[in-house]
Design a protein around this ligand. Structure first.
Ligand SMILES: [Fe+2]
Length: 296
């Protein structure tokens, strides 16, 4: 049984420096262990291991583990914390009628980040994780796999097209996409199927993040279950000196299974694992109030 989204993995020749912007955004410290660096928000973690940086800046809509979404209440404070650490916003943060303000950004090594701001929350300078996003060419296959693996419900969103603000946020022309979200754990998984625009290279893959780690009571059993669901075998990953089983999901994205015991012996526990369960109701209440204000 999967108990949480344990962390997102990336590689950098400077693991500590690669996570500096997360530490400042979340108002927390970087933990360094051997050649690994870790940063935890209240509800999630990111790990940088020593290795080569992404070979290129992948397109927003290339297939794969596409972006990590970080959220904060105050747009100006959040932006300043990112920009001080070499992060470049692709465009000005924009509302899309959901209560959040949205912007994509690139970290100092070209990885795609989404920053969402939640002005409907009480003022708090520190941020948290929102979701992890995959781009896929086969939405039903990939979301069936993750819903079954995580034991969570998938919810289909409305197709998005002809939306000038979405184009501006993504810095793409003529975005036409279909979303699915899988919620129920500490982080949401987001899935995008882009119908347009087409990639210049249809075989382009994401390369910014190296894997998604899931926490399981029994990692080897979780791996066996993933293989039954259509995953393929992958070499193990060493995390905090633990050998962690790994697979590739049906799209080829790498998943690593981390034992609940590894958490006890390594990184700090999450302080508020269900934080996003409080954000979404606050957003819904804010949107309902706005509708009433318009007399709708
Ligand atoms: Fe996203």
């Amino acid at each position: 049984m999967i108990t949480s989204i344990h962390h997102v993995g990336l590689q950098s020749p400077s693991p500590h420096a690669a996570l500096a912007m997360y530490a400042e955004f979340f108002g927390t410290a970087i933990q360094s262990k051997n050649d690994e660096a870790w940063v935890s928000s209240a509800n999630g973690r990111i790990r940088a291991s020593n290795g080569s940086a992404p070979p290129r800046t992948a397109s927003v809509h290339a297939t794969g583990l596409a972006h990590v979404c970080i959220q904060a209440q105050d747009k100006a404070v959040a932006r300043e914390r990112l920009e001080r650490n070499g992060v470049v916003l692709l465009a000005e943060p924009l509302p899309l009628g959901t209560g959040f303000h949205y912007s994509y950004a690139r970290d100092q090594e070209g990885r795609l980040i989404e920053m969402e701001n939640a002005p409907f929350l009480q003022s708090d300078p520190n941020g948290w994780f929102g979701h992890v996003a995959f781009v896929t060419q086969d939405l039903p296959r990939l979301t069936r796999f993750y819903a079954a693996l995580l034991g969570c419900q998938a919810s289909q969103g409305q197709r998005v097209a002809n939306n000038h603000n979405v184009d501006r946020v993504a810095q793409l022309q003529g975005v036409d996409l279909e979303p699915v979200w899988i919620s129920g754990l500490n982080l949401t998984l987001e899935f995008w199927r882009y119908y347009a625009p087409l990639l210049d290279d249809p075989n382009e893959r994401q390369c910014g993040y190296t894997y998604l780690a899931l926490e399981a009571e029994k990692p080897s059993e979780a791996k066996s279950f993933a293989l039954e669901l259509g995953a393929t075998d992958a070499p193990p990953e060493s995390v905090l000196s633990h050998t962690c089983p790994s697979v590739r999901d049906p799209d080829g994205n790498r998943l690593v299974f981390v034992s609940t015991r590894a958490v006890e012996t390594g990184v700090e526990p999450l302080q508020d694992a269900r934080l996003i369960d409080h954000v979404l109701p606050a957003r819904a209440a804010y949107m309902a109030e706005k509708q009433r204000g318009k007399g709708l």
